[in-house]
Design a protein around this ligand. Structure first.
Ligand code: NAD
Length: 528
């Protein structure tokens, strides 16, 4: 048992949903605790039932057309101001991130920076949002395209990137003229409240952003009712593949295409010509930074048989030497995010089979006084700390090969040909991120062509997206939608086509088109 050391918490913040209009009654109140210091209660959150989701969607519908008629550059100005406010509050928001989910402080700063980067990008997009003028096939006629907002967006997010991922949705949604209902993860209410306050203080008009705190079943029931009533037009969902399927089914019944960003089992392939020290550095960060709790965290390293033993020896030594512990210090990872992720991780350790060998730490499972980790930073008894585990000998028929483990456990397998490496990289059915370590352009491009992942790193970690490249996956990792940069505009706008005929008489498309005379029997004679 972890020692629930009492921490001086002057007054616990009570987090409520933000809904313009009426305030539905909470169905229950849940605590949010610091996973590194379980006696530290960060906030209490009032969870609403399904009615809260529907009420928020109605309120968002009521103001959507007035927000859409605000000129796009003015909408983007709000985003610019949000970016400035986030920048001015960067350290405070990063500290809260570290406190509420135990993300190492340096990575928390990186996560907050992602919001600022998105704001910078979408400030400019407010002055573009380009449509086109298109030539017509007839005279005295002009064709145009316009991007129009989709309407009310319900954004449902996981808590491992509790402020960056929601921003990836909300910032473009607002710039494009949509209103948003955001349903954050249950275990990050203080962060959700902080982020919403920054957007609202930046000048979002009342009702443009609603925040509903609710659990999974209430969210699903609320979404079903809101779709039925016609008060939601777009769903953005980031979370597990299982829940993504349920949301996809619901939206499909209403002929809607959600943006689904789901789980991953991301491969990292090490070719015989790779710089092994660089590959080890990349694998260590990909697999274990933030305790492997990223959708893009490394699932399995596939090593060419010629360098397999050498790689595993170096990888195990690097992991054994890594600093773990107090996330306010310079560590590779701190605690798992909350009890649910901790319990699930302990269950995943059962996937280790007798034919596997384990490396990288002094034990497995929870780090305690009796099951210590050499060099642990701080006191492991205060939080949800676990040993990191490398599992060598992973084969395609192992459950570990195809299960997203979302914690500090990384498999290692081997291959002998590029075809085999590609088959192993794809065979589990996920397709989010991937990496290859090699010096050969031929290996890079063969792998790029064969891998099914939406994202590919060459001599770099599987994790670490830049905010202006398309982000998203295929197969069990998503429905092909992409976030970030110009690509996300297609999630939050629809194309409208307009034709304007000023000929003064009806011109029928395809029928009243002037023909271009040509002699198609003409052939070059042989003497030329
Ligand atoms: P989860 O699917 O359990 O929960 C995600 C969100 O969905 C939460 O807000 C939760 O309250 C809500 N939810 C849960 N059940 C629901 C239901 N039946 N209907 C509607 N909403 C429901 O995910 P998690 O376990 O909290 O988060 C980890 C998962 O998220 C991992 O699989 C990870 O890979 C994935 N993830 C993906 C990305 C990406 O961009 N692809 C990013 C971050 C996390």
């Amino acid at each position: 048992m972890a020692a629930r050391s009492k921490v001086n918490t002057p007054s616990v913040k009570r987090v409520r949903s933000i809904i313009a209009g009426r305030r539905p009654r909470p169905v229950r109140i849940e605590p949010s605790t610091n996973p590194a210091l379980l006696g530290d209660m960060v906030a209490e959150v009032e969870l609403l039932g399904s009615a809260g989701i529907v009420a928020a969607c109605r309120a968002a519908r009521a103001v959507q057309s007035s927000w859409a008629s605000t000129p796009a550059p003015r909408r983007a100005r709000v985003i610019q101001q949000a970016g400035r406010l986030v920048e001015a509050n960067k350290e405070a928001l990063a500290r809260l991130l570290t406190r509420e989910i135990g993300k190492p402080y340096i990575e928390s700063l990186g996560e907050v920076q992602e919001i600022i980067d998105q704001c910078d990008f979408f400030l400019g997009e407010g002055r573009r949002l380009y449509g086109q003028t298109v030539p017509s096939e007839m005279p005295s006629k002009q064709l145009f395209t316009f991007r129009v907002p989709v309407g009310v967006s319900l954004i449902i997010t996981a808590g491992n990137f509790p402020v960056a991922v929601p921003s990836w949705y909300m910032i473009p949604a607002f710039v494009c003229g949509n209103t948003v209902v955001w349903k954050p993860a249950e275990y990050t209410p203080a962060l959700a409240d902080a982020l919403a306050s920054l957007f609202i203080k930046a000048g979002l008009p009342k009702g443009v952003l609603q925040v509903v705190h609710a659990d999974g079943p209430a969210t699903q029931a609320g979404l079903a009712a809101a779709l039925e009533e016609g008060v939601v037009d777009k769903v953005g969902f980031t979370g597990s593949t299982a829940v993504g399927r349920a949301i996809g089914e619901l939206c499909g019944r209403h002929l809607q295409t959600p943006c689904l960003e789901l789980g991953g089992k991301n491969p990292l392939v090490v070719m015989p010509d790779a710089d092994l020290d660089l590959a080890v550095e990349g694998a260590l960060f990909s697999g274990f930074a933030f305790g492997g709790q990223r959708c893009t965290s490394l699932g399995t390293v596939f090593c060419h048989e010629a360098i397999h033993t050498q790689f595993v020896t170096k990888f195990a030594a690097a992991l054994a030497a890594a600093r773990l512990g107090d996330p306010t210090k310079d560590v590779l990872y701190g605690p798992l995010m909350n009890q649910r992720f901790f319990d699930r991780f302990i269950e995943y350790l059962d996937l280790v089979q007798p034919h596997h060998t384990i490396h990288g730490s002094d034990g497995t499972g929870r780090i305690t006084r009796k099951n210590p980790r050499r060099g642990f930073v701080g006191n492991p008894a205060t939080g949800l700390f676990v040993h990191p585990t490398i599992v060598d000998g992973v084969r395609p028929d192992d459950a570990l090969y195809a299960t997203e483990t979302f914690g500090p456990i990384v498999g290692v397998g081997r291959f002998s040909t590029m075809d085999e490496a590609i088959e192993l990289a794809n065979g589990h059915g996920y397709g989010l991120s991937s990496a290859i370590y090699t010096q050969s352009p031929e290996h890079v491009f063969t792998f790029r062509q064969g891998v099914s992942a939406g994202m590919l790193s060459v001599n770099n970690s599987t994790a670490g997206a830049e905010s202006h490249l398309p982000f998203g996956g295929n197969g069990k990792s998503g429905n092909g939608s992409r976030q970030s940069g110009m690509w996300v505009l297609d999630q939050f706008t629809r194309w409208q086509a307009m034709n304007w005929d000023y000929a003064g008489h009806l011109q029928r498309a395809q029928i009243d088109v002037q023909d271009v005379p040509a002699d198609l029997t003409f052939r070059l004679d042989g003497d030329r």
